[in-house]
Design a protein around this ligand. Sequence first.
Ligand SMILES: *[C@@H]1O[C@H](CO)[C@@H](O)[C@H](O)[C@H]1NC(C)=O
Ligand SMILES: *[C@@H]1O[C@H](CO)[C@@H](O)[C@H](O)[C@H]1NC(C)=O
Ligand SMILES: *[C@@H]1O[C@H](CO)[C@@H](O)[C@H](O)[C@H]1NC(C)=O
Ligand SMILES: *[C@@H]1O[C@H](CO)[C@@H](O)[C@H](O)[C@H]1NC(C)=O
Ligand SMILES: *[C@@H]1O[C@H](CO)[C@@H](O)[C@H](O)[C@H]1NC(C)=O
Ligand SMILES: *[C@@H]1O[C@H](CO)[C@@H](O)[C@H](O)[C@H]1NC(C)=O
Ligand SMILES: *[C@@H]1O[C@H](CO)[C@@H](O)[C@H](O)[C@H]1NC(C)=O
Length: 331
Amino acid sequence: MSHAAAVLGSKLLLLFLHVVASIGLNAEQQWPVPYRRFDRRPDVDSYCQALYPFCPTGDPDGRIPYMRDSDVVSVYRLQTPVWEFKYGDLLGKFHIMHDAIGFSSSETGDNFTMEWYELFQLGNCTFPHLRPEVSAPFWCNQGAACFFQGIDDVHWSQNGTLEKIGEITGRQFNDMARWVQDDNETGIYYETWTVRSDPGPNASVWFESYDCSQFVHRTYRKLTELGAKLSSRSQTNYTKIYLYSGEPTYLGNDSAIFGQPALENLATDIRKFYHAFRPHQSFIDLAFSLLEAYKKVVLDKSFYLYYNFEYWHLPMKAPYMQITYEEVPLP
Ligand SMILES: *[C@@H]1O[C@H](CO)[C@@H](O)[C@H](O)[C@H]1NC(C)=O
Ligand SMILES: *[C@@H]1O[C@H](CO)[C@@H](O)[C@H](O)[C@H]1NC(C)=O
Ligand SMILES: *[C@@H]1O[C@H](CO)[C@@H](O)[C@H](O)[C@H]1NC(C)=O
Ligand SMILES: *[C@@H]1O[C@H](CO)[C@@H](O)[C@H](O)[C@H]1NC(C)=O
Ligand SMILES: *[C@@H]1O[C@H](CO)[C@@H](O)[C@H](O)[C@H]1NC(C)=O
Ligand SMILES: *[C@@H]1O[C@H](CO)[C@@H](O)[C@H](O)[C@H]1NC(C)=O
Ligand SMILES: *[C@@H]1O[C@H](CO)[C@@H](O)[C@H](O)[C@H]1NC(C)=O
């Protein structure tokens, strides 16, 4: 089949899927699409190899120390520019920030850092690998919580934020710890993108990201639910990476798309789409990839989003992609 015919074929298929979606499933489609929870976290495929070990100083079994009920535990808001260890605060200027939460026990004087991040870095969670021997793009996209002893004051405060935002009891801390372990076991993959219909205040949200700042917001909400009062003297802003599109169309999972000859055009299109954006190890490569992605998306007005281990087609529209640093107030 010629390229033009293949493109036409996949356009027709998308149109078909869209029509099917709008007559059948659309009535029940819930937006934003709920992030899928799992019964338990699966083992990581051995193809995925971390350049930097995940959570090197945390407890190997993810245990969180028990606090006495009567303890008073301070809660800190922690924020620092991403990749700071390699690129100074360059990304801080673009406000690509990493968020975490700190705790310190007044009874023992011990303090701790808790964060949620990618097992194989941001590039691997944003773009898949195209492996010659596997037809479906291959994702190393797990993310997880890391709890470890110590708060590196200089690391957080020098180019970022270290601010005490409240106090909780030891009992509230222990309740939160149980919740974190369950959240960590059931929410297993990282999602970089938030997808909305436009940048305005009344936009439809099609997909929510699932990243370090979302974990921080969930934890703050949980602490509030447990009775904590949190407050900050400064504006609490967070990084969001947006895509803008019309109503998305559901395409299917790996076996539905890549296991069926009938959908070969779509499978080829998805592989082609991701070819330009293979995950990279250096930030410079990733930045170029994002630029390339931007150009492609603007020209083709098309994006294949992988969410809940399923593909969706996004009919992209201006301004296509944006990185913002916007306020999300404490609960
Ligand atoms: C991304 O995944 C690939 C494939 O496993 C791996 O070789 C690479 O080290 C990962 N990148 C980082 C930064 O961990
Ligand atoms: C979360 O899961 C990861 C991956 O299995 C594990 O390394 C980590 O210790 C867990 N963290 C917590 C706080 O349970
Ligand atoms: C803060 O940023 C400066 C300038 O980029 C850098 O030299 C310094 O190492 C950073 N501080 C920390 C604690 O990483
Ligand atoms: C955490 O503990 C270390 C070591 O005792 C101390 O240097 C640091 O100031 C503490 N940080 C906070 C925010 O409590
Ligand atoms: C958003 O919706 C509200 C309530 O329906 C309306 O009052 C407001 O004018 C809308 N704002 C924009 C920018 O469309
Ligand atoms: C993929 O989707 C099909 C239905 O389209 C479903 O039957 C199958 O269980 C799904 N596979 C996985 C691994 O979720
Ligand atoms: C924080 O967010 C608010 C509202 O979302 C915005 O007006 C403000 O400029 C942001 N602050 C910074 C430092 O970007």
